[in-house]
Ligand binder design. Structure first.
Ligand SMILES: C[S@@+](CC[C@H](N)C(=O)[O-])C[C@H]1O[C@@H](n2cnc3c(N)ncnc32)[C@H](O)[C@@H]1O
Length: 256
């Protein structure tokens, strides 16, 4: 899919769905992401935080509710997502989030941030050139020594869990048409020119082994369709991270 078709996909999705599933069906994966981001806010003791591609701002709102003394900025290129974000933020009565519409491939209107993060945003850019451009913009938005927490999908973890699924006689799960997953070596080589990589953890491996292999096998044997709200998902999201069997990775990067 091309850039404008992907933007339209997200805009339409936000205007049609105002629920917790408007940006991802996998709501418990977002629980994991919110948890590791909260840990990063504490660990790096940051005060100004930017969410790039915030969707309906559920993750940022959660962080802003927990860290009332921090200031959050968040943007998305889909106007309907920004509209939904405003509703989320106003509904919670939060005053420490500034929301705006912006495209991550264009220079950001904010600079000097202590921390920026993406959660499955850059995989929606149709090309490594555009993905690098967005990474460069994130870099420019940070202060010296600022932190970029990159939570994005990688092909290696995707292939690994699909190989496991094959062993359990389950069909492979394809990467969606509007997504371009990162290649780990290529990405880390590029990032390490501008950032020191302080952490690189597969945060989806245990979760995917339980939800996409064990639970999927149980569903297959019972002839039922997997349910994203099933208890297996909820419980798997609380387990420690182990292995390389899921697509979503967190890299904690410090600007050089
Ligand atoms: C999978 S959703 C994730 C949303 C949010 N980060 C979350 O974790 O719930 C991807 C989001 O990235 C946004 N997005 C994709 N490309 C973007 C770009 N170039 N600039 C800004 N936002 C973008 C989409 O509109 C969508 O809201």
């Amino acid at each position: 899919m091309d850039f404008e078709s992907i933007r339209k996909y997200w805009d339409d999705r936000a205007s049609l769905d105002h629920t917790a599933q408007s940006t991802t069906q996998d709501v418990f994966l977002r629980e994991i992401e919110a948890r590791v981001l909260a840990d990063a806010v504490r660990k790096y003791a940051v005060s100004t935080i930017l969410d790039v591609g915030c969707g309906d701002a559920r993750t940022t709102s959660r962080l802003a509710s927990e860290f009332k003394d921090k200031h959050f900025s968040a943007f998305d290129y889909a106007q309907s997502m920004v509209t939904n974000s405003r509703a989320t933020v106003e509904g919670l009565g939060l005053t420490n989030i500034e929301l705006f519409q912006h495209d991550a491939t264009k220079p950001f209107p904010v600079t000097g941030m202590d921390m920026a993060y993406t959660t499955r945003c850059l995989i929606n850019l149709p090309g490594w050139d555009l993905q690098r451009q967005a990474i460069d913009n994130i870099l420019s938005s940070l202060r010296q020594d600022g932190i970029y927490v990159m939570i994005e999908n990688f092909v290696e973890g995707q292939s690994n869990f699909n190989a496991l699924r094959t062993r359990f006689n389950l069909p492979e799960i394809a990467i969606r048409d509007h997504n371009l997953f990162f290649i780990q070596n290529q990405t880390e080589e590029y990032l390490s020119k501008y950032f020191s990589i302080e952490e690189s953890t597969n945060i989806s491996s245990t979760y995917y082994m339980v939800s996409r292999v064990i639970y999927s096998s149980i569903c297959a044997s019972q002839g039922t369709a997997p349910d994203y709200f099933d208890k297996h998902h909820e419980l798997a999201a609380q387990l420690p991270f182990s292995g390389e069997y899921g697509p979503v990775r967190m890299l904690c990067l410090r600007k050089k």
